[in-house]
Structures are given as structure tokens and as C-alpha cells.
Design a protein around this ligand. Sequence first.
Ligand code: SAH
Length: 552
Amino acid sequence: MALKQSRGIVYLVGAGPGDPGLLTVRGEDLLGRADVVVYDYLANPELLSYCAAAEKIYVGKKAAEHSMGQEQINQLLVDLAKQNKRVVRLKGGDPFVFGRGGEEAEALVAAKIPFEVVPGITAAIAAPAYAGIPVTHRDFNSSFTLITGHEKEEEYKDAASRAREQAEGSSDLDWSVIAKLPCVAFYMGVKSLPRICAKLIENGKSPDTPAATIQWGTRTRQRTCVATLKDLPEKVIEQKISAPAITIVGKVVTMRESINWFETRPLFGQTIVVTRTRQQASELSVKLQELGANVIEAPTIELQAPSDWQKIDDALGISVAATPASPLGKKGDAGSPPMSTWDPAATKQLQWDWVIFTSANGVRYTRDRLRAVGRDVRVFGDAKIAAIGDATAAAIQKELSLHVDLCPESFVAEALANALAERGQIAGKRFLLLRADIARTILREKLQVGGAAEVRDVAIYETKSATALPQVLLDALAENRINWITFTSSSTAKNFVSLLGGDYREKLKHIKLASIGPITTTTLRELGLEPATEAEVFNIDGLIAAISKPVE
Ligand code: SAH
């Protein structure tokens, strides 16, 4: 009987403690190539973006009704591998630190399934680190011990673990030994904290020993309660700290006073909504997160390629008829560049004096169009290039490798018109504006009034409103958890309120609004909303600076 070659394999991957940046490079690579990902409650779901194409199976202990026992999880891993799948078993922290990864590995060995283990950063190291507590320090301790809370919290307890506890006796902790250790981290110990602290004190540990409990360590929702051993249980209840949390007991806890770096970042603990398009959100989101904010992305606008390329092609002097068998004009499909499409006879070089881009998206859609028809920036001939906004200018340099001749310091259309006027560059000149379909008409008007010989204003991409706001945003709104909403354009402001519904002013009553500049502010005011802050420099960094500044 010929045995079929199996490619089924299981990777036990540590997801790290929560901050998605703390996944290992190996973990990310394996997620990207997985057929199926079996993940836990403690593995940050954001990591699933690395495995968009994979099947995802949630086996978290918090899935109230369908909570899967360890035996079932073991069997699931075996079954999936037997179906020739590349399986990533994604577990919070490190798979072998109180993660029952050892049991899963045993099951795989028994079933003769190949497997690999990818360690992760465990909570007892990472959560204190993010709370400003180094787990060892030469002055305080030369050992550091990881202990699991004696009584497992209900949410992590399944029938199998209860049976095991009954069979083996649940206490294998010798408190007389533990009380002598200089630095100890307790996993799964929030509910049993009163007992842990009492046992330590009973066994000779000083009641004044510094101790801290850190909830959701390394995430933007991290909270830390610092106390002494005798006060900790009460303070943890007072501060409503619950699982998942790590408790660390030892003198190193005092170091937090000087090295508490994470929770002191300017926007730590603030929940901030980003209303930009998905394509544009990440720069703002990442920068806000780096300052400590918890970001909710609620795109109010979606971008799409123009439904008709004719005007654009005419303006760029592209003759599409001369470009055979390419995915031309297809919505949102830039396609791969067709070869040999250059037909000088069919191509007329249009001599623009100025080509103006008003957004990075406009630059990218232009690049994609040129590629799709097998052309390049030579369609611009000798035209000078202008940009509104430094992000637009950066995109022109990066995506088109073109030098930007003019980018006024103030990032609005009026400033560009003024800058051109000052240089005597409007009268008699020919302008091509490559912009969004909803762009303001002021630039065109100013150029026309200034005596331009021609102003060709074409929409290089189209925008459409999102149809709904994401559930995470609606939940946060209902629970009063939002501190700021950022608006980076008039259209995002208008769309956001229309998606919120008629009572939007009531819903936004207690939330601070941040505007990227005067045009957006005017729109907000027209909507009856007063921004708490407006950027001084009308770009993303300016907006972030405005939010980080204390509001008077
Ligand atoms: N394998 C995991 C631990 C799983 S046991 C690891 O190596 O980290 C689950 C316990 O881990 C929780 O009860 C809590 O005590 C701790 N834990 C996991 N993630 C945590 C986090 N982000 N912050 C604080 N504690 C965490």
C-alpha cells in the first residue's frame, strides 16, 4: 500500500503578550503561509491580518457556549494536519509557559504529526516591561520565578483541567519556599490574589514588599495597580483590575517610579477615532498608537478608480486605442504593464506648463494608470510639478520619481494659487489638475481668474461614502469610551455625521473633535460641531500635535 506524502504540519506559535509588534518574525512568516490558524482568547486578533487567506478557528476559553476542551483542541490540530493542512496554533505569550503547549505537542507526537515550536514573549516579562518594571536588577534580585496562580480562574478552567486537579491535588506550591524568593510573577492569579498575598505574608514575606498587578499588559488598554503586598488585593478590587493580569512581587516594582515609559506617553489611554479612508488611515493610526492611543479606524470614504478613463487619458496624451489586450479601463484594476504599446503616431504630447497633484492618492492613481497603459512620467513632458501638502509631495517623489517644483508651506489650494501668482506663473499658462472627484473648485477658479490659458481639471480617482460605521466604533460610542474623533477633510466630517444619523450632535456631545485645518473646521461648524482643536500645520503631524497638546 503506497503511503501518500503528507504536507500536514502544526506550528505551535507564541503570539506574544498582546502588542502586535511583539510577534516574532518567524511567527509572522508562518501565519502568512498557514492554511488554517487555530487561535486563543489571549492571542491578539489583530495578528490575524497576517493570515488573511487562512481559515481561522477560535478555540478561546471565553467562547462561552462553545468553549473547547484541551482534548478537543489536541484532536482538532491532529485532524487538520491529517487533512494535509499547514496549521498554525497561535497561543498568547509563549506556547510552553502555562499555555498547555506541551500537551498539544505530546498529542502531535502521539499522532506522528510533524510540528515545530515558535517561542513567544511571555506575559511575565513583557507586561512588567511595559509597566516600567525590569524583572531583574542587580541591586534587587538574581532570580525571577514564574508561578501560576494556585486556583485557576473559572474562565481558563475546563473540565479536563478540573479532573486533573482532582486527580493530582491542586496544590503543588510550597509557600515557605516561594515566600523566600526575591521576585515572583503570578499568572492567572487575579481572583486568588487575596490568598496569594496572605500566603506570602504568612510564610514570612514582608507585608511592605512592593507589588504590582498589570492587566492587558503591552496593549493600549494596559492598566497597572501598584501597592504593597498587604494592600494589593484591596487596591486591585478598587481599581477594578481583572483578568488577564500578571502580578509581580519584588523590589524591582519600585523602579517603575523612574522608568514607567509606556503609560506616560502623551496619548496613553486615549481612544481616538480615525475617519480617513482605509488606504490613508495607517499613517495617522500608527503615529497615534506610538503615542499611546487606542485607535479605532472608521473609514467614512472609500476610493475607487474612475469609471471612465477617457478624460484622464486625453489629458495625459495617452492613446488607449494603441495599447492592445490590456486590462484598460477596468475599474480598480491597474493591471500589469502591457509591453510594446508605444505608438508615437497615436500619441500626441500635450504640453502642460504645470501638473498639480492635491493628494497622495491622486499620485498613486496616476502612477497606476500610467503603468496600466505601459507609459511613464514622460507624458508630462517639460511640465513643472506642484503639490498641495508635504505627503503629496513625498508621494510624487516616491511613486513617480519626479522632482516637485512647488509645494507651498500652507497645505491648502489657496496657498498654491497664491504661490503661483507670486511667481507670475498663472497668466497664459496651461494647467493640468489631477484630483479627487470631490475636490474643491477653488484652485481651478483662482487659476482661471488669474488668466490661465487652460485649466484642465480631471478626477483621477473617485470617492464614495462608506455605507456603515464599524461595530467597534458604535460599541465604543455607546459605552462612552471615545476621547477624540479626528477629521482630515470636509468630506470625512460630512460622511461621518451622516452615518451617525440625525442625533449626531447628541452622540458627539462629550467627545473632543480634532480638525486638520480651517476648511475642515468650517465644515464642522456648518454641521453645528465645534472642534476642540485645529492643527496649526495642516497635515497629519500637525493634527497629532494639536491632539497631544493639552486642551485649555
Ligand atoms: N502562555 C501565556 C500565558 C497563558 S496563561 C504567556 O506566556 O504569557 C494566561 C495568563 O497569562 C493570564 O491569566 C494572565 O495572568 C497572563 N497574561 C497573558 N497575557 C497577558 C497580558 N497581556 N497582560 C497580563 N497578563 C497576561
